[in-house]
Design a protein around this ligand. Sequence first.
Ligand SMILES: [Fe+2]
Ligand SMILES: [Fe+2]
Length: 246
Amino acid sequence: MDLDAKIDPTKAIELRPGLWWIGWPDEDAGFSNNPYLLIDGDEVIVFDPGSRLPQHWKWVRDKIESVVPLEKITMVIVHHQDPDLCGAIPLIEQEIGVNNFEIVTTERTAVFIPYYDVKTEVTTVEDGEIMEIGNGRELLFLTSPYLHFPGAMVTYDTKEKILFSSDIFGGFSVDWNLFANKYYFEAMKLFAQPYFADKRHVMNFLNKIEPLDIDMICPQHGSIILRDKVKEAIETLKNLEVGIWT
Ligand SMILES: [Fe+2]
Ligand SMILES: [Fe+2]
């Protein structure tokens, strides 16, 4: 695969059968935002749906609609409480109704979801919990404390061996590519150094994911990391000085 090939960011990009990148690059912020759409049987899941700014939501909404009608959404999984993930949840509610889809997150994050004026009940999951979806695909939820929120989590798709890593493995990059190339590790450093405060939390997380066979990392910012770069991405975080914001 040509990792430097420019994709059309106005289109949903199919990453695997049933999995699409539905994000948008935000040049002002210096990063891309990466919601993902996963369809398995009757289950239609949006990971970290994004911002509520009309121009941002339009990107995501149009991309979902290019694949599946919005009202088919059955689940929204949010990995922490930030507005770049959760801002769009009330907009989904407006379109498909309160309690017509499930919201899944950790207990600590669930406290903040109603602050977005979300009325739908939130389902909470614990560290290590496995949820079966669609045609028997299993999603494993792992907490990632303090990266960068105490109640943060990630999701591992055991079927496709994909880690939806939220802000972990994210990157700042003006010259953005959908797939991580050799320059991405510098972008990752720029993101991780100020966002993560303490190396103990980083190592705790890396130890937790060590047993996982990871074919692809799908972060919420930056570029998607394919199998041949996963090891280097992990090593980059392992050897990084964090908490450098002064
Ligand atoms: Fe965040
Ligand atoms: Fe984020």
